[in-house]
Design a protein around this ligand. Structure first.
Ligand SMILES: *Cc1c(COP(=O)(O)O)cnc(C)c1O
Length: 384
């Protein structure tokens, strides 16, 4: 078996080879600026950008005109939350989010607190899901925006966005959803979902890093104050020369995700369950997050085993995440919010399978992890 085996597809995915092929011409001869309206170089680039916009919109059931390009979900979250909060502040300055959100949401909210906004950070239930009545009770007359992610990046749980959005609609509160981990894994239909703003990124769905999008509903019009000022690109929402090759890559990645979803999701579930079934009987192996309301490719386990707290750092043959690649060390804020004690939360592993994993890899990796855990329990903890 060639190792390390990549099982960290929620940190990032490899590019689909078809995505690379789609991108290459736009890195070579097709170098025009999509904003150049006076010649064929610009026209070709602009056409490619608009075709990609349609492909991204299609995967989430949106209109192409509601999609704006950004550099990824971090930027989309910043633009959505700061931009909507600032545009709405005359109506109120209260915001709601959840403690298990990505840092790009949490730290943006904390920054807004320093600017005079008031933020409620709701605790999820022990299974990672937000209780709808808890959410309803947090709404105030001055609440203007709520932000709840669709799929959690650490434990893979799927929040009930339709129910939360319905409450927001009823109360006239804008609703932002970070869907960075959801595309290609969960069906999204913004023509039906009561969501006003949605963050997307390419590199968790077999596209390139450094490109993302923000969906902003135009009917009824959602107001967002731009955070990047300049040439007025993307209808003034986000200035900056469009990265044609990246955008083409995201379009191709989202088109492929739409085509493969029906077969790929069951395949991932099969592999994820196969992995879990090979280790779940071990004493002290605990599953984090709800197993039903959860995407198909995610396993997140904690090891509650004496003297095995450094095990996760010795797994040299499998590429997994020990909390989240996005948080710099320390204990997972997500597992803490679920009520795990720090010792257990600090000894947790996220395993996320992907499009290019094989059943042979899954079996090998699960048996490898099983042996590591057994060795550790028996006091045979060797160095990597
Ligand atoms: C990866 C991720 C982000 C950040 O996306 P980038 O495109 O890497 O900036 C934001 N939110 C969630 C839930 C993520 O998983």
């Amino acid at each position: 078996m060639q190792t390390p085996i990549y099982l960290d597809n929620s940190a990032t995915t490899p590019l689909d080879p078809a995505v690379v092929d789609a991108m290459l011409p736009w890195l070579r001869e097709q170098f025009g600026n999509p904003a150049s309206s006076t010649h064929a170089f610009g026209h070709a680039a602009s056409k490619a950008v608009e075709a990609a916009r349609i492909e991204v919109a299609r995967l989430v059931g949106a209109e192409a005109r509601d999609i704006a390009w950004t550099s990824g979900a971090t930027e989309s979250n910043n633009l959505a939350i700061k931009g909507a909060a600032m545009a709405a502040q005359a109506r109120g300055k209260h915001l709601i989010t959840v403690q298990t959100e990505h840092k790009a949401v949490l730290d943006t909210m904390k920054w807004l607190e320093k600017q005079g906004f008031s933020v409620t950070f709701l605790a999820p239930q022990k299974n990672g899901l937000l209780d709808i009545e808890t959410f309803r009770a947090a709404l105030r007359p001055d609440t203007v925006l709520a932000s709840v992610m669709l799929v959690n990046n650490e434990i893979g749980v799927i929040q009930d966005i339709a129910a939360i959005g319905a409450i927001c609609r009823e109360r006239g509160v804008l609703f932002h959803v970070d869907a960075a981990q959801a595309t290609g894994k969960v069906a999204i239909d913004l023509s039906k979902l009561p969501v006003d703003i949605m963050s997307l990124t390419a590199h968790k769905t077999y596209g390139p890093k450094g490109i993302g999008a923000l969906y902003v509903r135009r009917a009824p019009q959602v107001r967002i104050e731009s955070q990047m000022h300049g040439g007025g690109h993307e209808r003034g929402l986000r200035s900056g020369t469009l990265a044609t090759h990246q955008i083409v890559g995201m379009g191709a990645a989202f088109r492929i995700a739409g085509e493969l979803m029906a077969t790929e999701v069951p395949q991932m579930r099969m592999m994820r369950d196969r992995f879990w079934n090979r280790i779940k009987d071990l004493p002290g192996v605990l599953l984090n997050g709800d197993m039903e309301q959860r995407i198909a490719n995610n396993l997140n386990i904690s090891l509650d085993i004496l003297n095995c707290d450094s095990l996760v750092t010795t797994l040299s043959e499998i590429a997994v995440s020990s909390t989240s690649a996005c948080s710099t060390g320390g204990v997972s804020h997500v597992l803490q919010a679920l009520g795990s004690d720090d010792g257990i939360a600090g000894n947790s592993i996220r395993i996320t399978v992907g499009r290019f994993n094989t059943v042979e890899q899954i079996d090998w990796a699960a048996d490898y992890l099983r042996k590591k855990i057994e060795d550790c329990r028996a006091g045979r903890q060797q160095a990597a």
